[in-house]
Design a protein around this ligand. Structure first.
Ligand code: GRF
Length: 192
């Protein structure tokens, strides 16, 4: 990965499915001088994803793919190559990428997850953390491999879980940390 950094920023695609607050935050980061990435494509599996509005706002190309089509990943890969995409950030992307897809971008896909992995992989992390009366939780940026939320950890941020916390208050607090953590993790990925 370190080889990728040069004079130019690395062409990057962000995959989303929903609100896109991480997307917005990454776009802002990518516009800063210190960012090693340039976001040139936003991909969504959901045409109603609110995050797609940022494509227009920041003049970034967007593409929506229908995942009901079994051959869709082949098409996405073809499009990514055509657009010379070299790096992928998943930011609230709700589809599981196949081994075939990942192998085509091995070590070049990262994801953010709202728990302290390896704890609480998958969905409903906040509810499970509250239910289990955990004292800490947090967020993790990790490489994507074929195991769900199982790739090598790049960075984590831990927070306290308070007795008065609900799943929603926890979600909001962790999201703020996600916005700080994701850019830091990208800097780490590309640091010499
Ligand atoms: C974040 O909590 C992220 O960790 C998870 O999905 C959520 C996406 O939020 N994978 P947003 O769409 O970036 O606001």
């Amino acid at each position: 990965m370190k080889k990728l950094i040069g004079v130019k920023k690395v062409n990057t695609a962000i995959f989303i499915s929903g609100t896109g607050t991480n997307l917005k935050n990454l776009i802002k980061f990518s516009l800063s001088k210190k960012s090693p990435i340039r976001i040139s494509l936003i991909i969504s599996n959901n045409k109603k994803a609110k995050g797609l509005d940022y494509a227009k706002k920041f003049r970034i190309r967007k593409k929506v793919y229908n995942y009901k089509n079994k051959k869709i990943e082949k098409l996405i890969l073809k499009d990514l190559k055509k657009d010379n995409i070299k790096f992928i950030c998943l930011a609230g992307f709700m589809k599981i990428l196949s081994k075939y897809f990942i192998n085509n971008f091995y070590g070049k896909i990262i994801n953010i997850h709202p728990s302290l992995l390896p704890k609480y992989k998958g969905l409903n992390t906040y509810e499970r953390v509250i239910q289990n009366k955990e004292k800490t939780s947090g967020c993790t940026v990790h490489y994507v491999n074929s195991k769900l939320d199982g790739g090598k950890i790049i960075l984590q941020k831990k927070i306290r879980v308070y007795k008065k916390d609900s799943a929603e208050s926890l979600r909001k607090r962790i999201l703020k940390d996600e916005h700080r953590l994701y850019p830091k993790a990208i800097l780490k990925v590309f640091s010499p």
